[in-house]
Design a protein around this ligand. Structure first.
Ligand SMILES: [Zn+2]
Length: 290
C-alpha cells in the first residue's frame, strides 16, 4: 500500500488536516446560504456540535477526535483496497515496448471490471500477468509449466508477480501470421537505430505485416514500420488456442512480446487483469489510451 491511501480530502478535493479546524469552519461559513445571518450560522453550528457531543460515549475530546480519525482512515483504507483490487489496476510501464502509445515510465489506469464482467476485445491494451521476478537472483521470467524460476527453481508463489501491458492482436481461434512483405528506408525509423552499411550507404530494412486469418491488419498505432528479418525479428505462424490471446507491443521494433516467448507465447484469459483506458503520468502526456 502506498501513502496516498491515507490522504483524506474534502468535497472540493482539498486535503483535510485534522489539526486545522479553523480552515474547516471557514469553509462551512462560506458555504452557508446567503439568506442566513452570520449569527444564525453560528447557532446552527453550535447546536450541531452539541448534538454530536451528546451522542458520544467518550468524554475525553482528544481521544474522541483520535477515534474519529481512526474511523475515517479505516474507511479510506478499505475503500482504497477495494478500488485497487477489484476496480482499478494501476500500473507503471517499465520498458519502451508500448512507446508511441504509452511512454516508458508512464503510469496508466486500467479497469478490472471490464475483464471481470466483459470480454477481452481485439486491439485492447491489456494489463496481464506475464510472470515473476525471482527474489533470489532478481531474474524476471515468463510463467511456465514448472511454476518456478528457471535459474534457481524458487517457486512462483514465493516470487513477485510481473505485469505487462501489450495490445491484443490475436483472439481465440485466430490464425496469426507475421510475414516479411518488403523493405523500408532507414530514414523511416526513429525508435530504433539503424546502422549504416559498411560502405556508408543507408540500408534497406526488411519489414513486414501482421495477418489475422489471412487479412493484413491495419495497425494505425505503429509509429514506424515493423522490422521482419526472420532472425532477430521473427516471422510468425500460429493459431491462437481457445481461451487464449496473442499480444504484441506497439513499439514493435523494441518490444519483448509474444513473438519471443517460445512455447509460452499465449496469454490465458485468466491472466488478463485489466483494460487500459487512461495514462495519467507524466502529466504532460495525460490522456485516453486508444
Ligand atoms: Zn531464481
Amino acid at each position: 500500500m502506498t501513502d496516498n491511501f491515507f490522504d483524506v480530502v474534502d468535497n472540493d478535493g482539498n486535503p483535510v488536516d485534522p489539526d486545522r479546524n479553523e480552515d474547516k469552519d471557514l469553509r462551512e461559513s462560506k458555504g452557508t446560504e446567503s439568506g442566513k445571518s452570520a449569527s444564525e450560522t453560528e447557532i446552527d453550528k453550535n447546536s450541531a456540535n452539541e448534538e454530536k457531543k451528546q451522542g458520544m460515549s467518550v468524554k475525553n475530546p482528544v481521544l474522541a477526535e483520535i477515534i474519529d480519525w481512526i474511523k475515517v482512515l479505516s474507511v479510506a483504507a478499505v475503500l482504497a483496497f477495494c478500488i485497487n483490487n477489484f476496480i482499478i489496476a494501476n500500473s507503471t510501464i517499465p520498458t519502451g515496448s508500448m512507446e508511441s502509445t504509452i511512454m516508458p515510465g508512464a503510469r496508466v489506469f486500467g479497469s478490472r471490471l471490464t475483464y471481470t464482467f466483459g470480454e477481452v476485445q481485439r486491439d485492447d491494451i491489456a494489463i496481464f500477468k506475464y510472470g515473476y521476478t525471482c527474489k533470489n537472483d532478481k531474474q524476471m521470467y515468463r510463467e511456465n509449466d514448472e511454476h518456478a524460476c528457471p535459474l534457481c527453481g524458487r517457486e512462483d508463489k514465493k516470487n513477485s508477480v510481473v505485469y505487462y501491458v501489450k495490445r491484443v492482436i490475436g483472439m481465440p481461434g485466430d490464425h496469426i501470421e507475421i510475414k516479411q512483405t518488403g523493405t523500408a528506408d532507414a530514414s523511416e525509423f526513429h525508435n530504433i537505430n539503424i546502422g549504416l552499411n559498411p560502405d556508408g550507404t543507408t540500408p534497406e530494412v526488411p519489414v513486414g505485416t501482421v495477418y489475422v486469418n489471412g487479412v493484413a491488419k491495419e495497425e494505425v498505432y505503429l509509429s514506424e514500420p515493423m522490422i521482419v528479418d526472420g532472425r532477430q525479428f521473427p516471422e510468425v505462424d500460429v493459431v491462437v488456442p481457445e481461451g487464449s490471446y496473442y499480444v504484441l507491443g506497439d513499439n514493435r521494433n523494441n518490444s519483448m512480446d509474444a513473438r519471443y516467448w517460445g512455447k509460452y507465447n499465449m496469454v490465458a484469459r485468466d491472466r488478463m487483469v485489466a483494460k487500459v483506458y487512461v495514462k495519467y503520468w507524466p502529466l504532460n502526456d495525460i490522456g485516453v489510451v486508444k
